[in-house]
Design a protein around this ligand. Sequence first.
Ligand SMILES: Cc1cc2nc3c(=O)[nH]c(=O)nc-3n(C[C@H](O)[C@H](O)[C@H](O)COP(=O)(O)OP(=O)(O)OC[C@H]3O[C@@H](n4cnc5c(N)ncnc54)[C@H](O)[C@@H]3O)c2cc1C
Length: 468
Amino acid sequence: MSLPITLVWLRRDLRLFDHTALQTAIRLGRPLAAVFVFDRDIIDDLPADDRRLSFIHESISEMQAALHAKNVPLWVLHGRAAEALPALAAQLNAAAVVCAEDYEPQAIARDNQVWRALDADGRALVRVTDQVMLAKAEVMTQQGRPYSVFTPYKKAWLHTMAQRYAGWQPADDWAALAALQTQLPAAARAAPRLPALADLGFVRQALPLAGGEAAAQKQLGDFLPQLGQYHLKRDFPAQKSTSQLSVYLRFGLLSIRHLVQLARQADNEGAAAWLNELVWREFYQQFLYHHPNVVRESWRPEYRALPWPNQPEYLARWQAGQTGYPIIDAAMRQLKHSGQMHNRLRMLCAGFLSKDLLTDWRLGEAWFAAQLLDFDLAANNGGWQWAAGTGCDAQPYFRIFNPVIQSQKYDPDGTFIRRHVPELAHLGKEVIHAPWLAKHDIDTHGYPAPIVNHALQREKALAFYRAV
Ligand SMILES: Cc1cc2nc3c(=O)[nH]c(=O)nc-3n(C[C@H](O)[C@H](O)[C@H](O)COP(=O)(O)OP(=O)(O)OC[C@H]3O[C@@H](n4cnc5c(N)ncnc54)[C@H](O)[C@@H]3O)c2cc1C
């Protein structure tokens, strides 16, 4: 039997900088190899043109080269992680597998399966915290319960984080690695070639944001000079004034600890507003961990039996960006074409589907999950339940956005609408938000009339929620 090694299982941590699992593995003092599994339990159900596979593939390809430069082979497998991982650990004689925790219910079930298989074989599974700053149960109420309201959670989070991360430095034990890797057995070095995207059953897609750690760092570098203005500009989708780092955070191409440190060091209003969003991210992560049932049902029990009318035509027109409400349609078309959507527009589109179109939020959530490049179960579910008024929100169902007023406020010149709804590109800002209200004849080139009357639907929605 060859010398035992440590195997680092990469999942949502596709970078080298401040990488908790890699650094933990180095400290275990054995030579190491890394593995990434294109997990058939996840990807077999995805369409061939899923953009995320292109993004992950690019990121893995870059990471394989970066690890290779450090003399760490990256094994890239295509199979069921629950079986492939223990099999590889046995093949390479890994005494331990190190991975970063993932709070999604399916990931937890998979990791437990892997843990049992490894344990039966006398191998350890070492789980570390990397995806979030503070782990699932590090911020709890005084009664020891998980928080379900954001503001007190944030207060407690900031307090614990300031204590825990005073004087934080990125984990960096690379210097110890070179000596360890001289002992890596030849069998562990013989990693197969990275499978081509086509071999995995996918077609390369054009991406709005490139994969890889270098691209993530560049995006971060481009955003930082704007951080001080974030609180003033963040709600205007026509401007690129938010960080656009969500996909990089989703797949762990950036260290959350580093981002929080940058926000704290900047110490201005913009940075505080941005930090607030990073805390929302953690809030939803811990919320999903403690309440995995939200994946299936409304968080508020009283809304679990809401009799959603669910008109298929409404859902189809919402998905296609044909509702007749220009701001909604612009956002939905951008989502379909690029996999991106601005936060303000996610709130509007989700609210519109559930409250104006009285369609079960889970149908909209599933559509976003299929389309978004940055899809993250915790944030998406949290955002949808917030918008539908069924989630952990201090202001539940009676917050109903008026899509015309929101459009006038956040896209005042109509620039965003013009970009994505070419039928209306010739219209001025006085009519573009609600062309059907124009006082003179206008040509809308086949753009539909509003699918519903917002004022009427608002009353219907209030009655619908009140009735339960
Ligand atoms: C209905 C709905 C669905 C959503 N689905 C997702 C999703 O699948 N994946 C996702 O990452 N975000 C989701 N969000 C949150 C938010 O819209 C995106 O994180 C944000 O638009 C990403 O843009 P950015 O990176 O420029 O964000 P910035 O404004 O620069 O914020 C910085 C980071 O904070 C995090 N963040 C910001 N807002 C939120 C939030 N409300 N909840 C949780 N984290 C947040 C993201 O990681 C983001 O990159 C959703 C919001 C709503 C209302």
